[in-house]
Design a protein around this ligand. Structure first.
Ligand SMILES: *Cc1c(COP(=O)(O)O)cnc(C)c1O
Length: 423
């Protein structure tokens, strides 16, 4: 049997670092080579050899409606025929901004960018500009894109200065990044006691979905809200994954928290490159040209990406999120029971249309717990599921995604495959 993916990967490795344009895709973690994808429709993707898979990656989150959703695809096609970028304002930017503000309880004003990374780096610059402070507190194992200040390594103690997590990030930059374990309010309080008058912002994934899936403990997000407010720091919700997924109104609607700034990506663009940051007008008025904090983008708000985002949000607004959550929960529960019956330690946390398979004796509450999972078991599971036509994220530190296009057959196929896995 020919293997187009292997052929393409060999060629890719000669002209792209590691053969991929984003590292986790390389499948190193699971001792595999990437599948090259030819096309995707609904809940399914097809690889370069024509093999079909049920997709639980969904481009790492954006495709909440499924791939090639007809209304979204039509909107993109029609927009493309009118030109793809003007470098001048267009109506679709206003409409998307209005739609995002309408959906998100805390938002009064928003600026479009081209990725989640741009959104978080811009939100942090804004928080620093407003507060005239330098430091940011982030949580170990949370991911906020690849901008320098967020690439601080785990491992140093709470409220101690961190070290760069990657070569190329100057120590001077991450010196201002404070780290705390997820779900650890005491560590946050200690950081504020030590550095409170220089902390510009706390940034958090309100549901942590980049160390596997870790839910916030009761009171954790409320505690962050109180702590930041008491110390004059801004609370930034990074809703790049949870926005329009944890609920249509994001995690902020789901948990009833009022963050100062919020960042978006993934679902907001319906599969095209869109990010956004926003918040109260009093904060957003500091952004240029209204204010003094500079931020810009040649392709920001381009009509093609806006059309995809707008069509996506308009459809999502009418969807039954509760029904999708119930389906996802039923799937996760069955998956856990099947794997547990095979004698492996397993936890399958789930919320909204997200789930994650942790091979662990104990529930995972933070990054250290996630690291302590049995990643060899995950690798074995991943490979056997893929051989049976189930496409999962190629790492135990990622979150499984379900779309409105997933049907009972898709879940059954995945559960059947899990029944056949041998550890
Ligand atoms: C994916 C992600 C980002 C980065 O978004 P990109 O579009 O990949 O730059 C930031 N924050 C969170 C929570 C994410 O999941």
């Amino acid at each position: 049997m020919s293997d187009r993916s292997s052929e393409l990967f060999a060629r890719a490795c000669a002209c792209i670092p590691g053969g991929v344009n984003s590292p986790v895709r390389a499948c190193h973690n699971v001792d595999s080579e990437p599948l090259f994808i030819r096309e995707a429709h609904g809940s399914h993707i097809v690889d370069a050899d024509g093999r079909d898979y049920v997709d639980f990656v969904l481009s790492w989150g954006p495709m909440l409606l499924g791939h090639d959703e007809p209304t979204v695809t039509r909107a993109i096609r029609e927009a493309a025929a009118r030109g793809t970028s003007y470098g001048a304002p267009c109506a679709a930017e206003v409409e998307l901004a209005e739609a995002v503000i309408d959906a998100m309880p805390s938002l009064e004003s928003t600026r479009m960018v081209n990725s989640g990374t741009e959104a978080t780096m811009s939100a942090l610059r804004l928080a620093r500009g407003i507060t005239k402070r330098n430091k940011v507190l982030k949580f170990i194992g949370c991911y906020h894109g690849h901008a320098d200040p967020f690439l601080a390594a785990a491992g140093s103690g709470v409220a101690t200065f961190s070290i760069p997590g990657t070569p190329g990030v100057p120590e001077a930059v991450v010196r201002d990044t404070l780290l705390a374990p997820y779900n650890d309010l005491e560590a946050v309080k200690a950081a504020f006691e030590a550095h409170g008058d220089d902390i510009a912002a706390v940034i958090v994934e309100p549901v942590a979905a980049n160390m596997g899936l870790v839910l916030p403990k009761e009171g954790f997000l409320e505690g962050l809200r109180d702590c930041t407010r008491n110390h004059g720091a801004l609370l930034i919700f990074d809703e790049v994954i949870t926005g329009f997924r944890a609920a249509f109104g994001g995690a902020q609607a789901r948990f009833g928290i009022d963050p100062d700034l919020t960042t978006f990506g993934k679902v907001i663009g319906g599969g095209l490159p869109v990010g956004a940051f926003g918040g109260k007008t009093t904060y957003m008025d500091h952004v240029a040209p209204k204010g003094e904090v500079y931020q810009a983008g040649t392709l920001s708000g381009n009509p093609l990406a806006m059309a995809a985002g707008l069509a996506t949000l308009r459809l999502l607004k009418m969807k039954d999120y509760d029904a999708l959550e119930a389906k996802t929960r039923a799937f996760a529960t069955q998956m856990r029971d099947i794997l547990a019956s095979q004698g492996v330690p397993v936890h399958v946390p789930t919320i909204a249309s997200m789930f994650c398979i942790f091979f662990s004796e104990n529930p995972v509450m933070n990054f250290a717990d996630a690291q302590a999972c049995d990643h060899d078991l995950f690798t074995s599971f991943y490979k056997q599921m893929r051989e049976q036509g189930i496409f999962m994220a190629p790492s135990g530190f990622e979150t499984g995604m379900v779309s409105f296009a997933h049907c009972d057959n898709d879940f059954e196929k995945a559960l059947d495959a899990a029944r056949k896995v041998r550890f």
